[in-house]
Every structure is written in structure tokens, then in C-alpha cells.
Design a protein around this ligand. Structure first.
Ligand code: NAP
Length: 351
């Protein structure tokens, strides 16, 4: 059997960086192939399903170009019915994360991007063409690769947290918050950043009360987000506190949590809650690279040239949160996605 011709450009990842890279690359006639990730329980649990972290959020208020307004008609005209069925019905005002990601995906597809719904499990960047190994088997060769695999939610690592995952412990309020087990019940959110505040504010719509537990004496979240949490009568903030243990039983799931003071460790408090939501930051999805690209001490891919998306391997570029532990915004991820496609195009043209 003849060896298949290597792909010109493979993009691994399907968040804003991956789709922006694909749209630019497709318009540049590079015929990009996107591995968008597999739809598996493992990916659901680790937050690495197709369409990335934005697909796990609610309203997106700060992505330029989407002011408040009713997008129903636009979504119907822009997306095929089969993709709209995969999303919750349009909520009303502004754009939601899943809607934004479906629109980005569709835009890339409209220009000829091919999409495979599978994971790349390992890579061989030791020589060109590069080799990529999908989970469904076989090998894909590529002259050029853009890594845009994003980052995943962190867990505290408590045995009781692990024990009650899927039975009241979650790292995604938007995915799980509306489940009957959480409705009109008190809940806990752990963390002090924008994600924690966003999750607490979202959960407060369904819950009887939300306890926001943060290990410091003030929130890290941006001022506008923090003021929302302070103003919400359903949110009670517990500063200088950490989650020490999740309590419950196997048949009913979570029933309470034990908090421990971070300033006076002998002080503990028990709160009756039906759910625990972790919002304590993220880890970049770089494990599958197996050390073949230079990484920072926090395992983010290193951009090796100033204001370029080049990595330590020539012909491999990185975009979005997988290489950015500083801005980590949807719009900055989309921006570096665009940059990576332009960098790839120029590298393919001139070597
Ligand atoms: P983050 O800003 O890194 O905040 C993580 C929070 O978790 C911090 O408050 C941190 O505490 C706490 N934390 C970390 N490890 C912990 C542990 N082991 N135990 C207890 N607490 C722990 O992460 P993020 O909130 O996910 O936000 C990431 C980025 O996305 C940010 O740039 C943010 O602005 C952006 N974002 C924006 C929006 C929005 O604009 N709507 C929404 C979500 C996220 P310390 O404060 O003590 O470090």
C-alpha cells in the first residue's frame, strides 16, 4: 500500500486558539486537519472534551464583538441544525461559551478545515514529517503542527474529593450545576479567582445558598467579578479557609464539608451542603508531548522567539492556554491561534 502523503498542517486542540488557527490556515490554503479531541467519559472528567474550556462556561461578556443582544436568528443561520442540537437552547442575551465555540468551529469548517473527533495520544517530533498517534489507531504524518490543547481544571487531591466525584463533587458548575441534586440546596465553591466567582454567581441562580471558600483574606478575582460576589445575597464568602474533607455517604453523595482555617489550623467548621465545586486554576494539557517540547516549570509550552508562537522544535507552533499562563483569556487564545497559523504559513513557505 502506498504511504499516505503527509498532512501540511495538523492542529491539535479545539478551543479558541485551535479554531482561529484553523480559520487562518484554511484561508491560506494550508488544508488544516484539526484533531478536536474525543467525546469520552475520561475527557469529560478531566475537562478536555472538544471545544475546550469555553464550552464549559456560561455567558461570555468580554469577547469583543458580542455585546448584549438576542443571537437566536444569527445562530440559526450560522450553524447547521445538527450542531445546534448539541447545545442548550439559546439563553437570551449575549453569547454563551458553547455558542461561541460552535460558531468558531463552523467558521473554520466553512473554509475547508477537516475535523477529526479524536485525541492525539502521543507525538514524535524527532524528525520531519512529524508523527502523531490518534487514539483510534494508526499514525498521521504532518509537515507542520500547531499545539492548541489548552489547560484543564485542577483538583485539590483529597481522597474524599476523589471519592465523591460525580456524586456531588465537580470542577464544572456550568456542566453540572443545574442537576436536580444541587437545586435549591446549599453548595460550596472553592477558589478565589474569576472562575470561582463566576461559578458561585452561576450556582447562586439554582442553589439556596453558595459558600465561597478562599484560602486568603481577599479575592484574586477582577474587581467587577469580586463586587458581584460581594453583592449577591445568596453568596457567603469564607476567607482564610480551606476545604479539608468532603463528607457524605455512598447512596446519597455529598452531605457536608469540613473547612479548616488557613490562619489557625486547629479551627474547623462543618457546613451542610449538597455539592462541592472546585475552581482552583488549571494545568496545561502537555503530558502527551512527553517532554519533546521545552516546557516551563509549570509545564506550559515555551514560546522560543519573542512575539512569535515558535516552540523548541522547528515546524511546531503553540497557541492558546497551553503556552500562556499569564493572560489566559478566550480572546488572547484566539489571537495567538491566528499568530500560530501565520507563523506556520510563513515557515512552510520559507522553511
Ligand atoms: P486563577 O486566577 O489562577 O485562580 C485560582 C484560584 O484558586 C486562586 O484564588 C488560588 O488561590 C486558588 N487556588 C489554587 N490552588 C489552590 C489550592 N490548592 N487550594 C485552594 N485554593 C487554591 O484561576 P481562574 O480563576 O481559573 O482564572 C484563570 C484565568 O481565566 C484568569 O486569567 C481569569 O481572569 C480568567 N477568567 C476570566 C473570566 C472572566 O473574565 N469572565 C472567568 C473565568 C476565568 P490564591 O489566590 O491564593 O493563589
Amino acid at each position: 500500500m502506498p504511504t499516505p502523503t503527509p498532512e501540511t498542517l495538523v492542529i491539535i486542540g479545539s478551543g479558541p486558539a485551535g479554531w482561529s488557527a484553523a480559520t487562518y490556515a484554511a484561508r491560506a490554503q494550508l488544508k488544516p486537519l484539526v484533531y478536536e479531541g474525543a467525546i469520552t467519559e475520561k475527557n469529560r472528567m478531566s475537562g478536555t472534551l472538544p471545544l475546550g474550556q469555553l464550552a464549559l462556561t456560561s455567558e461570555v461578556e468580554n469577547y469583543a464583538g458580542y455585546p448584549h443582544g438576542n443571537l437566536t436568528g444569527f445562530l440559526e443561520s450560522a450553524l447547521p441544525a445538527s450542531r445546534r442540537e448539541m447545545m442548550a437552547p439559546h439563553a437570551g442575551e449575549g453569547v454563551t461559551g458553547p455558542e461561541l465555540m460552535e460558531l468558531m468551529r463552523q467558521q473554520a469548517v466553512n473554509f475547508g478545515t477537516r475535523v477529526v473527533t479524536d485525541d492525539i495520544l502521543k507525538v514524535d517530533f524527532s524528525k520531519r514529517p512529524f508523527k502523531l498517534y490518534p487514539s483510534e489507531g494508526g499514525v498521521v504524518e504532518a509537515q507542520c503542527v500547531i499545539v492548541a490543547t489548552g489547560a484543564s481544571a485542577n483538583w485539590l487531591g483529597l481522597p474524599s474529593e476523589e471519592h465523591f466525584k460525580n456524586r456531588g463533587v465537580s470542577a464544572c458548575a456550568v456542566c453540572d450545576g443545574a442537576l436536580p441534586r444541587f437545586r435549591n440546596k446549599p453548595l460550596v465553591v472553592v477558589g478565589g479567582g474569576d472562575s470561582a466567582v463566576e461559578e458561585a454567581t452561576y450556582l447562586a441562580k439554582f442553589a439556596s445558598k453558595v459558600h465561597l471558600v478562599h484560602r486568603r483574606e481577599s479575592l484574586r478575582a477582577s474587581k467587577i467579578m469580586a463586587s458581584r460576589a460581594h453583592a449577591d445575597p445568596k453568596i457567603q464568602i469564607h476567607f482564610n479557609s480551606g476545604l479539608a474533607e468532603v463528607l457524605g455517604d455512598d447512596s446519597h453523595g455529598v452531605s457536608s464539608v469540613r473547612l479548616q482555617s488557613t490562619t489557625t489550623p486547629s479551627q474547623t467548621t462543618t457546613l451542610d451542603v449538597a455539592g462541592v465545586f472546585l475552581a482552583i486554576g488549571h494545568t496545561p494539557n502537555t503530558e502527551f508531548l512527553d517532554g519533546q517540547l521545552s516546557l516551563t516549570p509549570k509545564k506550559y509550552i515555551v514560546w522560543t522567539q519573542h512575539f512569535r508562537t515558535n516552540t523548541s522544535v522547528e515546524g511546531v507552533f503553540a497557541a492558546g492556554d497551553v503556552a500562556d499562563d499569564y493572560y489566559r483569556q478566550a480572546i488572547s487564545a484566539a489571537g495567538t491561534g491566528c499568530m500560530s497559523a501565520l507563523d506556520a504559513e510563513r515557515w512552510l513557505a520559507h522553511g
